[in-house]
Design a binder for this molecule. Sequence first.
Ligand SMILES: Nc1nc2c(ncn2[C@@H]2O[C@H](COP(=O)(O)OP(=O)(O)O)[C@@H](O)[C@H]2O)c(=O)[nH]1
Ligand SMILES: [Mg+2]
Length: 315
Amino acid sequence: MPKSAPGTPNPEPAIPSPEPRIKSGFIAVVGRPNAGKSTLTNALVGEKVSIVTPAPQTTRNRILGVVNRAEAQAVLVDTPGIHKPLSRLNEQMMAFVRQALEERDLALLIVDASEPFGKGDQYAVELLREYAPATLLVLNKIDLIRKNRLLPLIDRYSKLYEFKEIVPVSALRGEGLDELMGAAINLLPEGPRYFPPDVYTDQPERFLAGEIIREKVIRHTRQEMPYATAVLMDEFEETETITRIHATIVVEKDSQKPILIGAAGARIKQIGTEARLELERLFPPKVYVELLVKVEPHWRDNRAVVAALDYRGEQ
Ligand SMILES: Nc1nc2c(ncn2[C@@H]2O[C@H](COP(=O)(O)OP(=O)(O)O)[C@@H](O)[C@H]2O)c(=O)[nH]1
Ligand SMILES: [Mg+2]
């Protein structure tokens, strides 16, 4: 606050005091593929910020979801599953995980408690050790198991890392989430609100729209063509009455094109319809979706295609 010279009456009324200090910070949400990181992020935010499918490697980016409270703001950073990178796409996905771990105030290690501890879990802990953040261990999917199966897991993880707390949850059913958020906020430093209180993600609308299309593609094709698609947004035009979306679904092989298109175009039509219905909730009142399919061999190693998937790199 500016000081006035001694004896001079202050001509201005007091400057409104700054917002009271709140707890705030960035929380890296990390773990093996399919542990439930995106489901948990969405459940904590209360909005769908990150797409979810039963297929591994659904999340390819660093997805921000903001939890706003009167006394706190937690910026959750959902990340791709921790895995050994084998392609350029995978390398970029792991770079997002590392960046989230580097920039965090706190980390959540999400574990699928219904799966036995494996190599992948060991790898996830090793990565955590490299960055050594304050971390909560989140044992997810407790709806699938008996409580007594948690103890051996807790025992195992406690020996591998010094977790601040261990919180069992079911992201799907919304169990344990208040306890988790309470524990997380407790561990956050005091700080500013990084986002206005009505903002719940930093993703541009056109990127969100592309992600929703990609979710429907994966859901309809994951058995026949795992990990093989990218969605490129060719056009995203919003007017008062309609949002027009033209997107290209990129596949790797000629043989995948008919799988995606389906008999007499039935499958691509179904994907388009499901995407449109969900998109119309985000961009009311009406959305028009046109989908093209393009074969791009080895796109996962194509620098230009992979770069186009990262909206933060877009000009
Ligand atoms: N039963 C059960 N399934 C869950 C839970 N959380 C996530 N899932 C499912 O696990 C799969 C992977 O979830 P997702 O959030 O995409 O995992 P991510 O790869 O870690 O982001 C999806 O089919 C989810 O519906 C949970 O608490 N209970
Ligand atoms: Mg995910």
